[in-house]
Design a protein around this ligand. Sequence first.
Ligand code: AP5
Ligand code: MG
Length: 215
Amino acid sequence: MKLMLLGLSGAGKGTQAKKISQDYNLPHIATGDIFRILIEEGTPLGQRAEKYIEKGKLVPDKDAIKIVKEELSKIDIFSGFVLDGFPRTLYQANVLTELLNDLNTELDIVLYIKVDPEELIDRIAGRRVCLNCGASYHIEYNSPKREGICDLCGKELIQRNDDQEETIRYRIEVHARMIDELIIYYQNKGILRTITGKSIEDIYNNIKMTIEVER
Ligand code: AP5
Ligand code: MG
């Protein structure tokens, strides 16, 4: 399955993508996670991206496209993947469609995780992430077994630099402006599936049911 997760900042894309990736054995490609690794490594692209990310702004399309192309070139696209955080703009969506079209393939499902915007600030403020494997936790709603340590890989958990209250609000605003046109774009292609639910498990069960219907 070639899947894409769509949702506002804090909607749970990373949380759900990790579960899908493990259960269905699909590579998880998360542009935000890759940018954070590049920032940590201090690469030129990482340094360029950091200036945008720390302000909650979108990284220029060409940089996001470059890293996704690189990641897709490392995997067998036909065996499937889970995209998380890409495409973020209509331009990126068109580039992805063309890229897959050139290979005679396309996305199978876009899972749009719909969440009440009121919940997002609280979720992001309490988030802790693992830079090593990209796993996402919450100090209250999804705490790791050992405080500050990733359940999956045992590395230390951190708070993201862009998870400060003012940046969060700005990021949600930026994201909200772009998401509607992506929803329409994928609705028109007939592959958008809206996922609702309360708890992480609830939402995941709805995702699984949706995937099973389409498989
Ligand atoms: P990115 O890392 O993708 O950030 P984002 O889109 O703002 O989304 P988040 O990662 O904040 O949220 P999420 O939906 O993954 O939620 P999570 O599962 O962690 O991008 C960061 C930056 O990189 C962007 O701002 C931009 O600058 C740049 N960038 C990335 N991609 C780009 C692109 N394509 N183009 C241009 N720029 C790009 O969950 C959030 C929290 O809630 C966690 O604590 C989790 O435990 C908790 N939680 C999850 N589900 C539930 C639930 N059901 N109930 C309670 N708590 C929950
Ligand atoms: Mg994420």
